[in-house]
Design a protein around this ligand. Structure first.
Ligand SMILES: [Zn+2]
Length: 414
């Protein structure tokens, strides 16, 4: 009796529904509009020398970092969509597919990693020259190794799960989508306790006036925080940053030790208030849920494109190529949503502190210190900008001040 093909309308309908749910969730939960912004203008607050330094740095570093980015997409895509992937799999001569698949994945990641060494070294040298990076090469190599291991493990597990399901079930998309979504959920939850400590040491912020001020600010905000953690970021960078990661019992507020070293307390307070905004709105959980929906949609789409062919472990490289292509195509949407959420956290910090002058000064100082792009090209903005640019954030500070009866004069005297 001829085997009846799995009916395609169920996964098609599910894919359509997931796409709709994704679009609907993003459309409804993204804070698209908070306040009318004046046109951002870097020249109001950044001196000609500051702008020139930013431009020089970006001119030097972007050619290398962009080259690395292109290589890291092209290499897995070429291996996956050519006979190379199958040859790699066969060449390993590993008897069990569930071992051969993760080794193939790790191999592709290793080849990609090695091919980006030259351009990454050149980019790192620019960063060192400008004093943004301070890490020694030993730590640089170690970080690459850890990154490679974590990526290989994550993608390797996903590939084994999907191939295993496809071997067992014709309609593998349903268990595949559920398992992948759970993997994303678990990874985001466990990230602060499993992944972050592989890169940094975290210590509780020492008792003192500043810490008390943060905890009081959090309590006033209705976002009780048990602890403020300090990351030893200064072993790699002079950049200033803070962030919130995890959710539920793993949620934490982290500040870079660089931020506590020589930033005026009023500015650090604004950075913390921004992070409290993320906590108050549960932005990590929200982003994770969008990631869960996106992953379930992506896996269903993968099924519609490749169907039962995934059951062949010799096609593991195709899977890797699809994952790389899919995540690359999704990043402009991810960044768009992220920028809106970051703007909301800025807005939150303004409301909480009622301190637009220090907000503008902080955005300026942060951008100078981190040598951030003040006016990136459109494609870079879409592809890489997870935050609004400093002039955009400053424009919000001014708009907020104006709305509340104040003004923030330009930082540059003219
Ligand atoms: Zn943020």
């Amino acid at each position: 009796m001829p085997k009846k093909a799995a009916s395609p309308w169920v996964p098609r309908a599910a894919g359509g529904l997931l796409a709709l749910a994704l679009v609907f969730t993003i459309a409804v939960t993204t804070p698209w509009h908070l306040i009318d912004l004046p046109k951002p203008d870097a020249a109001l607050d950044f001196t000609a020398a500051e702008i020139a330094r930013q431009n020089a740095f970006r001119h030097e570093i972007l050619r290398w970092s962009t080259a690395s980015w292109i290589i890291s997409i092209v290499v897995p895509v070429v291996i996956g969509f050519s006979p190379l992937g199958r040859r790699l799999y066969d060449g390993l001569r590993i008897r069990w597919w569930f071992l051969a698949v993760p080794v193939t994945v790790a191999g592709i990641a290793l080849i990609t990693n090695l091919l980006t060494v030259p351009t990454d070294v050149l980019a790192q040298r620019v960063s060192l020259k400008y004093g943004l990076a301070v890490e020694n090469w030993r730590l640089w190599v170690w970080d690459r190794g850890v990154n490679w291991a974590i990526t290989s493990l994550g993608v390797g597990v996903l590939a084994v799960v999907l191939i295993g399901f496809a071997k067992r079930w014709k309609g593998w998309w349903l268990p595949g989508a559920i398992a992948s979504a759970l993997l994303v959920l678990g990874a985001s939850f466990a990230y602060p306790v499993l992944i972050e400590p592989r890169f940094n040491n975290f210590t509780s912020m020492p008792a003192g006036a500043l810490r008390n001020d943060f905890l009081r600010l959090a309590a006033d905000d209705g976002v009780p925080v048990k602890d403020v953690l300090v990351a030893d970021a200064s072993k790699r960078t002079t950049a200033l940053n803070a962030y919130v990661s995890g959710f539920g019992s793993t949620r934490r507020l982290v500040v870079y030790d660089t931020l506590l070293k020589d930033t005026p307390p009023a500015q650090v307070r604004l950075v913390v208030a921004h992070e409290l905004g993320h906590a108050a709105e549960d932005d990590v959980l929200h982003g994770t849920l969008i990631g869960v929906l996106g992953t379930a949609f992506g896996i269903t789409l993968l099924y519609l494109l490749l169907g039962a062919r995934i059951a062949d472990p010799r096609r593991a490289a195709v899977l890797v190529a699809m994952i790389v292509a899919g995540t690359t195509l999704a990043s402009p949407i991810q960044n768009l949503v992220s920028r809106k959420i970051e703007a909301r956290a800025d807005y939150h910090s303004l409301r909480l502190t009622n301190d637009p002058r220090n907000f503008v000064a902080m955005q300026h100082d942060l951008a100078v210190r981190n040598i951030s792009g003040l006016d990136p090209s459109a494609w870079r903005y879409w592809m890489f900008a997870s935050h609004p640019t400093a002039p955009e954030r400053i424009a919000m500070g001014r708009a907020w001040a104006a709305e509340n009866g104040g003004t923030v004069p330009p930082l540059v005297r003219r």
